[in-house]
Ligand binder design. Structure first.
Ligand code: PMP
Ligand code: GLN
Length: 378
């Protein structure tokens, strides 16, 4: 694990804390999720739901996940056999990769890659085969995708909407990924934690909703993102029963179970009305526009994200061509922290100047941050 000793997010948050800079680095909201969710969890604790929950998760939450998948995507999911509650999406990813991969198996991933994917693949002794998505549009190159598959491909690990690129994979891109996975007998593991954080005309298409894909897809999501409670670490996965039970076998020995009193609260929140879900996306779209406009006014080039709560910006016009160095100095130069994007690429040169900012923050915090970033102008 020596290449994975500390995560970039922990480092950047420590930098924000030690310098008092505004933290637009690590992606966590500065406003908690719906009051009913918080009240329900308190009531569950007061009501005594404080011992080990059932291994696969409390029945209400498994049922709520199945209903959510039916309501939003028309998917039929059996809550008894096809859902597993996990300690965040992070554990869902690790448990699935560890369950599905033998040492030497290959996993196709997309750079820039979320850091836990590489670590989970390394823990399994599997090998990562990378397809680079490139600034500024992060489009998928079909030839590069085809070239990443081999007879050893076991898993394709997709993330849509994509952190940090802010890309929402199109139906055509997902169909190509799905058809190559089928051709190679590979399982698609799809991390959809930002499924409700999609803007403008972009549409979140779950891989499992594509014809013929439900049978070989494991879908992952998390309450942390949808309900702005990243510290709760309540996530889930669903897919074919035999894959879910394999992931469950691994989960038993990672955490056994998790978040007993939060699980029924998340179950109720999943059935919140459409207003909640549309409000979440429209609030974030406003914040995205505020930050993108502010970054442009400050002199950055910006790739406007279609989803997630991250935006990637290029500070080259401001005379900074190394994102790692800029992020190190950003607290001193502007009183803000951000994350360098090159750390998410096998080939750091593919993203050398780029930096990622999070916009899941109060409007006043974003206004303050963009004003401070104005200090970067030469
Ligand atoms: N996947 C992606 C793409 C993420 O951005 C995050 C961020 N937190 C996670 C997984 C982890 O989710 P959780 O906090 O639920 O473990
Ligand atoms: N997913 C969050 C981000 O991308 C961070 C989660 C973490 O710190 N591991 O910023």
């Amino acid at each position: 694990m020596s290449p994975f000793t500390s995560t970039i997010f922990a480092e950047i948050t420590a930098l924000a804390t030690s310098t008092g800079a505004i933290n637009l680095g690590q992606g966590f909201p500065d406003t908690d999720g719906p009051q009913s969710l918080l009240d329900d969890a308190c009531a569950a604790i007061q009501g005594g739901a404080n011992q080990y929950p059932p291994g696969p998760g409390v029945p209400q939450l498994r049922e709520a996940v199945a209903e959510h998948q039916k309501r939003f995507y028309g998917l039929d999911v059996d809550p008894e056999r096809e859902v597993l509650v996990t300690a965040g999406a992070t554990e869902a990813i690790a448990a699935t990769v560890l369950a599905l991969c033998e040492a030497g198996d290959e996993v196709v991933t997309f750079d820039p890659v979320y850091d836990s994917y590489a670590a989970s693949i390394a823990l399994a002794g599997a090998v990562r085969r990378t397809v680079a998505l490139r600034w500024p549009d992060f489009a998928l190159d079909p030839d590069a995708l085809r070239a990443a598959f081999s007879e050893r491909t076991r898993v394709v690990l997709v993330n849509t909407p994509h952190n940090p690129a802010g890309k929402v994979f199109t139906r055509a891109e997902l169909e190509l990924i799905g058809s190559l996975a089928r051709e190679h007998g590979a399982i698609v593991v799809t991390d959809e934690v930002y499924e409700h954080q999609v803007f403008d005309d972009a549409e979140h298409v779950p891989m499992a909703a594509l014809p013929g894909m439900a049978e070989q897809t494991v879908t992952i999501s998390s309450a942390g993102k949808t309900f702005s409670v990243t510290g709760w670490k309540v996530g889930w996965l669903h897919g074919p029963a035999e894959l879910v039970s394999a992931a469950r076998a691994v989960k038993q020995f990672l955490t056994f179970v998790n978040a007993g009193p939060m699980q029924p609260a998340v179950a109720s929140a999943l059935s919140l009305g459409d207003d909640f879900y549309t409000g979440l996306a429209s609030d974030l779209r406003r914040k995205r526009d505020l930050l993108c406009a502010g970054l442009r006014a400050a002199g950055f080039e910006v790739s406007v994200p279609q989803g997630t709560y991250f935006v990637i910006a290029d500070p080259t016009p401001l005379g900074h061509d190394d994102g790692v160095q800029l992020c190190r100095r950003l607290p001193e130069l502007a009183g803000v922290v951000a994350v360098p994007v090159s750390v998410f690429y096998d080939d750091p040169e593919a993203a050398r100047p780029l930096v990622r900012f999070a916009f899941c923050k109060r409007d006043d915090v974003l206004h303050d941050a963009v004003e401070r970033l104005g200090r970067l102008r030469p």
